[in-house]
Each structure stands twice: as structure tokens, then as C-alpha cells.
Write a protein that binds this ligand. Structure first.
Ligand code: HMG
Length: 389
């Protein structure tokens, strides 16, 4: 029996800041952000969206009544959690109207956790093939204004339905993991923005990719030529390009050109949104599948997941004949319809997030077109609203 990704759907903000404009405001050369970092636009997440609402907004459009009836596992992977005890997944299950007989958990290991969720979900479905699992990576990447990490911010959520006989990608059960204590990026409980050793984190990322990718090839007795495309966690799109280039010497010149061409498709939407932390690898997969017309059923797609701290995993999946049917086909139009905000407006929204204290707060959500919004905090409880209820 094959198990894997049956559907993928993405949500982000309706607002973005242009990276050339941000570079000018920060006295940097626009090409540093556009080429050196590899980002064109950055999602600006308004105060009316958080990890919970982004997750619910990502999942609901793809779920049918039959899916909802079959889902008995919901994993919300995030490092932008809203509570130290209660799982964001419980709020998300409520907003989505999932069955009460559902296991709801939040998973954390920086940007890696959605992959742990996918692996848990595929094991679950292999044991219970009549059930489905919903895995959502949801985050808001925040380094702070005027920091070197600022051009690598962003946010959004990627929802995946994991099932038997999946429409999109049948997952391989083999994978190679690596987990070691590394202080490349972290966020102490008292910080709302990440701490990072940027250059070190980029070097560790490549070391991890080399280790798990080459480990996978050795364990499976495979070569790079077996893969049609390699996809990466993309904290900024140049990062994935650097990792890919680090293994190109394993390929012939023709294969190198093909892998680089597929990579351009795989970074297309990440370039327009920024870092999503947990959802980033899977947005890259969606980007590849939506924009690369050369892909064929049975192509083998490699996935490199990386989370600072640090944990990495390489695994793979085979493209299924009807894969287009499981994709978020409206994504290109939704991204094209977003509104551009000025750097001043981005800074205002960045500073307007719900304050982490015990006061009652009200958030103006009038301009937020999304179905699920955060309206504020009352008696130390987040207030979520389904605007279509
Ligand atoms: P920086 O010091 O501002 O930038 O930090 P830089 O000086 O290194 O320049 C960046 C690139 O632009 C360089 O290219 C320059 O040459 C180039 P590279 O040498 O690296 O190939 N450049 C130009 N190119 C064209 N025209 C120009 C020009 N000027 C310069 N005029 C850094 C950059 C990414 C380090 C910073 O933004 C940062 O710290 N970001 C956050 C950390 C990060 O994203 N790390 C990635 C690996 S860790 C990870 O992926 C996990 C993570 O997602 C978190 C999690 O797991 O939860 C972050």
C-alpha cells in the first residue's frame, strides 16, 4: 500500500513588502536581497493573523466533508506557538470543525517539525489506512527590524493531507536523520524574535544536507541521477541553491543543468513570501509541482528538511499520475493579488502584534480578507473568529 501526500494547500498574508524597497530603506544594494539572498517579496503578517489562524486558513479550502470525517490525527508544527501548554492544534481543530475523536498535537523543532509530523502521519496511516492525517506547518519568521536576519523574515502555513493511495506524492519509508546540539538559531521563552548566528547557521545547514543526502545515497545504494529534482527548506532561496551546488559535482553536466532548472521552479513561490520556518520545504515542493511542466508521474523528488538547533532529514517521494488534482491551483493568482505595503506600514504592522502580557486587547481585523482571524485577547485567552460562521 502506498501512503503519502494527498493534498497540499498554502495560506499567507494578503500583504507584502517589496525587497528592493526594503533594501533601499536599509541602505543596502537591492541586488543583495534580490540575488545575494534570493528574495523578491516578503510576506507581511498583520496582527490579525497568528500561527493558529494561518494554519486554519491553509487547511480549510482543501478539506471535503469526507476528509474531515476521516481525519483522526492533526499535527500542527510551529515555533510560533501561542501558548506554552495548550496545543495550537486544538484551536485549529475547533476552527476547522474536525471530529471530536481526533488526536491533536503541536510539534516543535524549529523549521524541521513539519517533517516529523509527516513521518508520524504516514506511520499512522500505514496502520490505519482508512484514516487520514492533517499536518500543518505554520509560522511567522521574526528577527526584528534593522537586523541582518530581517530580509529573511516572512510567514505562512502549508497544510498537507496524508492518506493511503495519495494523489500527489507516494512517500518512501526510508529516510536519513541527523540531530545534534548546535546553537545556530534559537528563541528563548522571553524573546518574540529569534537569535541567530547567521553565517554559522548557513554553514551548518550545508553540512547537514551533505551528511544526510550522502548518507541516504549510501544506505539506499542510489546516485544523484536517480532523482528528478531535489527540494529544500528555504529560509532564503539562495540557501537552497548553495546546498544544491554543494552536491552538483556528484552529477553529470546534463544532470546538473536539469537539477538547477528544477530548483528554479522549486523556489518560485518561496522567493515571493520569505521564510515560513516549518512550512518552507513544503511550499517549495508545491512551487515545483505547480510551476514545472516538465515533471512526469513516477519522478522521484528528494526532500531536505532542516531545523536549527539542529535536526535534518532527507527522504523522497514518487510523483503520482493525478498529482495536479491535489495541488493548490489558485495559489499563483492569490499571490499576484496581494497588496504591496510601504516599509513604514510593514514596520507599523510588525510592531502591532498582540502584546505578550495579561491585558485585554482588541485587534482591528476589518481589512483582513481571511476567513479565520485573531480578534484580540480577553481574560488572557486568544479570541479567534470564523468570519463566515
Ligand atoms: P548578511 O551578513 O546581511 O549578508 O546576512 P551577507 O553579507 O552574507 O550577504 C548575503 C549574500 O548576498 C552573500 O552571498 C553576498 O555575497 C551577497 P553569498 O556569499 O552568501 O553567496 N551580496 C550581493 N549579491 C549581489 N549583489 C550585491 C550583493 N551584496 C551582497 N550587491 C544572512 C545574510 C542570511 C546570514 C542573514 O540574513 C541571516 O542571519 N538570516 C537568518 C539566518 C538564516 O536564514 N540561516 C539559514 C540557515 S539556518 C535555517 O535554515 C533554519 C531557520 O530557517 C530557522 C529554523 O530552523 O527555525 C533559519
Amino acid at each position: 500500500m502506498q501512503v503519502g501526500i494527498d493534498k497540499l494547500h498554502f495560506a499567507t498574508s494578503h500583504l507584502y513588502v517589496d525587497m528592493a524597497e526594503l533594501a533601499n530603506a536599509r541602505d543596502e544594494a537591492p541586488d543583495k536581497y534580490l540575488i545575494g539572498i534570493g528574495q523578491s517579496k516578503m510576506a507581511v503578517i498583520p496582527p490579525s493573523q497568528d500561527a493558529v489562524t494561518l494554519a486554519a486558513n491553509a487547511a480549510y479550502p482543501m478539506l471535503t466533508a469526507a476528509d474531515i470525517a476521516a481525519i483522526d490525527l492533526l499535527v500542527v508544527a510551529t515555533e510560533s506557538g501561542v501558548d506554552n501548554s495548550k496545543a495550537a492544534a486544538i484551536y485549529v481543530a475547533q476552527l476547522l470543525g474536525l471530529n471530536r475523536r481526533v488526536r491533536t498535537i503541536e510539534m516543535k523543532e524549529a523549521c524541521y517539525a513539519a517533517t516529523a509530523g509527516v513521518q508520524l502521519a504516514q506511520d499512522h496511516v500505514r496502520v490505519h489506512p482508512d484514516k487520514k492525517a492533517l499536518v500543518i506547518g505554520t509560522d511567522i519568521a521574526r528577527y526584528g527590524l534593522h537586523t541582518s536576519g530581517e530580509p529573511t523574515q516572512g510567514g505562512g502555513a502549508l497544510a498537507m493531507l496524508i492518506s493511503a493511495n495519495p494523489q500527489v506524492l507516494a512517500l518512501d519509508t526510508n529516510s536519513v536523520m541527523l540531530s545534534q546540539d548546535v546553537m545556530d538559531f534559537w528563541r528563548p521563552l522571553y524573546h518574540t524574535t529569534a537569535l541567530v548566528d547567521g553565517k554559522y547557521s548557513s554553514n551548518i545547514y550545508i553540512d547537514y544536507f551533505q551528511d544526510v543526502f550522502k548518507g541516504y545515497l549510501a544506505e539506499q545504494d542510489m546516485s544523484i541521477a536517480d532523482f528528478t529534482a531535489l527540494t529544500f527548506h528555504l529560509p532564503y532561496t539562495k540557501m537552497g541553491l548553495k546546498a544544491l551546488r554543494s552536491v552538483l559535482p556528484l552529477a553529470t553536466m546534463d544532470q546538473q543543468a536539469a537539477l538547477l532548472a528544477h530548483f528554479e521552479h522549486a523556489r518560485h513561490f518561496n522567493r515571493q513570501v520569505g521564510n515560513l520556518y516549518t512550512g518552507s520545504l513544503y511550499l517549495s515542493l508545491l512551487s515545483l509541482l505547480l510551476t514545472d511542466a516538465t515533471l512526469k508521474p513516477n519522478d522521484l523528488i528528494g526532500l531536505f528538511s532542516y531545523g536549527s538547533g539542529a535536526e535534518g532529514e532527507f527522504y523522497a517521494g514518487r510523483l503520482q499520475p493525478a498529482y495536479q488534482q491535489g495541488l493548490d491551483l489558485g495559489l499563483p493568482q492569490r499571490l499576484a493579488r496581494r497588496q504591496r505595503v510601504s516599509v513604514a506600514e510593514y514596520e507599523r504592522l510588525f510592531n502591532g502584534q498582540l502584546a505578550w502580557n495579561d491585558t485585554d486587547q482588541v485587534i482591528d481585523y476589518a481589512d483582513d480578507p481571511h476567513r479565520f482571524v485573531l480578534t484580540g485577547q480577553k481574560a488572557e485567552q486568544h479570541q479567534y473568529l470564523d468570519t463566515q460562521a
